[in-house]
Design a protein around this ligand. Structure first.
Ligand code: CMC
Length: 431
């Protein structure tokens, strides 16, 4: 990190403290409070990390006001249009656009790691058939550390690299197996002659009884969904991965922690929740009722797929996703999809409503992704596992960056304690 050129002054009880201010390559300045407790004996308070930078990073940048998302400087719109998921993985992991031979080598490497240890099949069989695929994924990914001992030493750079490749390559296989298990169909082994996205569709939808042809338009749409979800700087699940990793935990355990965090409806679980909401609304005439509920302070209901902690403008991923939804539905000949009609009308009404305008609540990436995945034939329970497949590279890139940082410290927040002060234990007969 470059030496700070500015300082901020904090005055407490008449005493002033100079705090260094770091200027980023993009985004707001950051006040460095690392020595604040040692010097002034106070903590700062920011429970949802709304104003706190938890690390420095060179991977992803979001300008929430502009609606801009950059991976290693490359705008997400350009990546979605001109690149593809595995190339984006390379960019996130290594920081630059690969030359043709580098990309080919990387793709070959990742496709060689797509199978999982055969004994892991037994793991799946221990779950109930009606388990949510995210529950299965948390368990199976965590269990990878019991199978791949030769890539759990985080101090060995080579092992870190192998663990990265294994996780990115095996996650689609694990997600597809979780799906197959939930519907009682046999597992389908990966095919290394297919692209990353086509192979995933194949593992989800092929059956041994007949040939399965992956439609290239669907494979492209799947690839786009992966690309658009690949990384999103210090979101909740990524921060979870970083926090788990800060204690020195192995990569499989850290990624399992990330999957657990992603599952919640305020984060990755929103894609499932959004489609379920659109279905519950059902018809365009019921939209005002749901808008009114979303605005009612006494009703916990929120419009799923709307709002974002960082974006206070259109989520650039949602714009691409909307186009993709149109393409996929066109290809599949779905023109009178009631869910899509509700989605389009809901978007229009919400964007004209003063509540949503004032609070800068725009559709996010999850608003349209569910419609595409539903049209492709995925059940809603698979939406978040697909997000997890895509986000694995983001988690891994951030995890690698963190471990390479010489300043790495265990993540250990402080608290504002509001409980009882010390008091004596009272014997049970005297209470
Ligand atoms: N519907 C209705 N009101 C909302 C919504 C919504 N979807 N989102 C935020 N608000 C209101 C909220 O009630 C609050 O109002 P007030 O200031 O009067 O109390 C205000 O907007 C600010 O909301 P917040 O909860 O303080 O904002 P946050 O930054 O903590 O939350 C969020 C961000 C994404 C959790 C939230 O917007 C939300 O719950 N959205 C629905 C879930 C969703 O779509 N999540 C996916 C996010 S994108 C993919 C991902 O990151 O995984």
């Amino acid at each position: 990190m470059a030496e700070p050129t500015k300082t901020a002054t904090l005055t407490i009880d008449g005493k002033s403290y100079e705090l260094p201010v770091h200027s980023p390559t993009a985004g707001p300045d950051v006040i460095d409070i690392r020595k604040l407790y040692a010097e002034a004996g106070v903590f700062t308070y920011d429970p949802g990390f709304t104003s706190t930078a938890s690390c420095d990073s060179t991977i992803t940048y979001i300008d929430g006001d502009k609606g801009e998302l950059l991976h290693r400087g490359y705008p997400i719109g350009q990546l979605a249009e001109k690149s593809h998921y595995l190339e984006v993985c390379f960019v996130l992991l290594y920081g630059y656009l690969p030359k043709a031979d580098e990309l080919e080598k990387f793709e070959r490497l990742l496709t060689r790691h797509t199978m999982i240890h055969e004994q892991m099949h037994n793991f799946f069989r221990g779950f109930r058939r009606d388990a949510h695929p995210m529950a299965t994924m948390v368990g199976v990914v965590g269990a990878m550390s019991a199978f791949y001992h030769d890539s759990t030493d985080i101090n060995d750079e080579n092992q870190r690299e192998i663990a990265s490749h294994r996780l990115i390559a095996k996650m689609p296989t694990i997600a597809a197996m979780a799906y197959k298990y939930s519907i009682g169909q046999p597992f389908v082994y990966p095919r290394n002659d297919l692209s990353f996205a086509a192979n995933f569709l194949h593992m989800c939808f092929a059956v041994p009884a007949e040939e399965y042809h992956v439609d290239p338009v669907l494979a492209r749409a799947m690839d786009r969904i992966f690309t658009l979800h690949a990384d999103h700087e210090q979101n909740a699940s990524t921060s979870t991965v970083r926090l788990a990793s800060s204690s020195g935990a192995n990569p499989f355990a850290c990624i399992a922690a990330g999957i657990a965090c992603l599952w919640g409806p305020a984060h990755g679980g929103a894609n499932q929740a959004c489609l379920e909401m659109l279905r519950e609304i059902g018809t365009v005439d019921r939209i005002p009722e749901f808008i009114a509920r979303a605005k009612d302070k006494n009703d916990p209901f929120r419009l799923m797929g709307f709002g974002h902690r960082v974006y206070k403008n259109f989520d650039p991923r949602a714009t691409v996703m909307k186009q993709s939804a149109d393409e996929v539905l066109d290809l599949l000949g779905i023109h009178d999809n009631p869910t899509l009609q509700v989605a389009k009308e809901l978007e229009k009404i919400a964007l004209e409503d003063s509540y949503f305008i004032e609070k800068k609540l725009y559709p996010n990436v999850d608003f349209y992704s569910g419609i595409i995945l539903d049209a492709m034939g995925f059940p809603t329970s698979m939406f978040t596992p697909i997000f997890a497949v895509a986000r694995t590279v983001g988690w891994i890139s951030q995890w690698k960056e963190q471990l390479a940082d010489p300043q790495l410290k265990i993540g250990r927040p402080r608290q504002l304690y509001l409980g009882e002060t010390a008091r004596d234990y009272v014997e049970i007969e005297n209470r």
